[in-house]
Write a protein that binds this ligand. Structure first.
Ligand code: UFG
Length: 329
């Protein structure tokens, strides 16, 4: 079976490509390398192209026999999406519309979508179930919700089969040390802590110490990127086997850690002390986000193997140290 992976040179995409190759799928990666990295590609057919260009897509679907599509390619910075919503609607929404149009024209009807906990907005219930109200609080989350709405309509009208996977906080790195997080700029908590400890970032800012949580810092549900990748492989199998027609599934652990707990664990694992500055909350940051994971367990048979905080930070630390050494060579 042959899978087209858009954004396959990105963080979660590259970990998924690795597992698809291990399971003997043929993999075609389509990436414009705006944030994807050559270093994160370990196999498969690589096509450099932009999803805003329908001609590129038509060529890809005319050249390869494709059984299913996993659509990772997306911009991901919540803050930037406030400043420049047009960029987000063009990159996240227009690209998805193009991809769906061209794949359906070529009779490809199986689609896995990278969605986000951002579709829920302020949680009204913790842990968050998939049928929670969808009220995104930023343009990034809106783009993910719009695509989900489009998927439902296309399923009804054109027979599209899809699974929309709503990620909570992706973190960690490939346990074999081949892949990891390389965002530019980096905005996520765990890499920012580790890059500061490595001396690659000058300062670490702790955003928000007055949240209504036990230690005043925000609580998040950190999920190991290898477990996330496994969920994609399981989801593809379910679609290809016809066992799922359409679904929306959270990918998280249901267990949360505060920013201070993450800092303490990182200090324990690295043996280093983090100096940080307290800053006000970032706009839009909510106090607590935790996923209900019942549906993922029931529908995908998804189990977690790497998503304890210690393994997440250990694998991320090994990766950042490796990247730091190779950069200084
Ligand atoms: N944080 C800091 N300092 C930093 C980075 C983060 O204190 O340098 C704090 C944040 O304020 C937040 C927590 O650490 O309280 C986690 O922040 P991340 O940026 O790592 O993750 P978010 O929960 O903000 O965002 C993630 C994804 C988004 C997605 C969102 C909601 O990165 O793409 O979850 O699902 F939209």
């Amino acid at each position: 079976m042959s899978i087209l992976v858009t954004g396959g040179a990105g963080y979660i995409g590259s970990h998924t490509v690795k597992q698809l190759l291990q399971e003997n799928y043929e993999v075609i990666v389509l990436d414009n390398f705006s944030s994807g990295r050559e270093e994160l590609l370990i196999g498969g057919e690589i096509i450099r192209g932009d999803l805003r260009n329908k001609k590129t897509l038509q060529e890809v679907f005319a050249s390869y026999k494709i059984d299913a599509v996993i659509h990772f390619a997306s911009l991901i910075q919540v803050g930037e999406s406030y400043q420049n919503p047009q960029k987000y609607y063009q990159h996240n929404l227009l690209t998805s519309l193009n991809l769906l149009e061209v794949m359906l024209a070529h009779h490809v009807r199986k689609f896995i979508f990278s969605s986000s906990a951002a579709v829920y907005g302020e949680p009204q219930k913790i842990p968050i179930p998939e049928d929670h109200p969808l009220v995104p609080t930023n343009p990034y989350g809106q783009t993910k919700l719009f695509v989900e709405i489009i998927l439902k309509d296309y399923a009804r009208a054109y027979g599209l089969k899809f699974i929309s996977l709503r990620y909570f906080n992706a973190a960690g790195a490939d346990p074999e040390g081949k892949l990891g997080e390389m965002h530019e700029p980096e905005t996520h908590l765990i890499p920012n802590i580790l890059l500061t400890l490595l001396g690659q970032k000058k300062e670490f800012y702790l955003f928000g110490t007055d949240f209504p949580t036990p230690d005043g810092t925000a609580i998040r549900d950190y999920i190991h990127v290898t477990d996330l990748a496994t969920a994609h492989v399981l989801a593809v199998k379910k679609l290809l086997a016809g066992e799922i027609q359409t679904d929306f599934i959270n990918l998280g652990t249901t267990k949360g850690y505060s920013v201070l707990e993450v800092i303490r664990e990182a200090e324990k694992i690295t043996g280093l002390k983090l100096n940080y500055q307290r800053h006000p909350r970032r706009p839009g940051d909510v106090p607590i986000l935790l996923a209900s994971r019942e549906r993922a367990r029931q529908k995908l048979g998804w189990e977690l193997h790497y998503s304890d905080l210690e393994t997440i930070i250990q694998t991320a630390w090994a990766w950042h140290q490796k990247v730091a050494t190779s950069l200084h060579r």
